[in-house]
Design a protein around this ligand. Structure first.
Ligand SMILES: N[C@@H](CCC(=O)N[C@@H](CS)C(=O)NCC(=O)O)C(=O)O
Length: 154
């Protein structure tokens, strides 16, 4: 029994993993469809933006990884109690996206020349920003907001 959700993504973690983690963490059943890379040319034209990850919620196709996370969060009460909380979570999420972009530039760019700088400088600088935000809210303990996982932990 996989429920109403089907996640379609390449057979790797990438942008699909945050959704897998969230659904697994919350015990929400889903079909984890990891297609064969050779099938991508057939699948691509069926996606709204020609990209994955894609979450099917019943008959509704949802693409864009952030939209997928927020959809699940809204439906399963994981998206904060009010607009300010939701904005705070969005802020965290977008901040993490920026960090992920820097990581991607390194691994898909000139890895050998960039890796040392990334580990020694970029990562500590970027993580310090999240640490500061976390401490300002929860004294560095618990979750970003309240007492449970929210979407921004992706
Ligand atoms: N903004 C999109 C980016 C999606 C994306 O870049 N998907 C890549 C895999 S990680 C993809 O589908 N690549 C194949 C292609 O573009 O043909 C998101 O956040 O979901």
């Amino acid at each position: 029994m996989t429920g109403q959700y089907k996640l379609t993504y390449f057979p790797l973690r990438g942008l699909g993993e945050q959704t897998r983690l969230l659904l697994n963490d919350q015990g929400i059943p889903f079909e984890d469809f990891q297609f064969d890379r050779n099938d991508w040319p057939k699948i691509k034209p069926t996606m709204h933006f020609g990209q994955v990850p894609c979450l099917n919620d019943g008959d509704t196709q949802i693409v864009q990884s952030g939209a997928i996370m927020r959809h699940i969060a809204r439906k399963h009460d994981l998206y904060g109690e009010n607009d300010c909380e939701r904005t705070y979570l969005d802020m965290f999420y977008d901040g993490l996206k920026d960090l992920r972009m820097k990581y991607a530039q390194m691994i898909y760019g000139d890895y050998e020349t960039m890796k040392d700088g990334f580990v020694k400088n970029t990562l500590p600088e970027e993580l310090a920003k999240f640490e500061k935000l976390l401490k300002s809210k929860k004294d560095g303990k618990g979750f970003i907001l309240g007492d449970k996982v929210r979407v921004s932990l992706a």
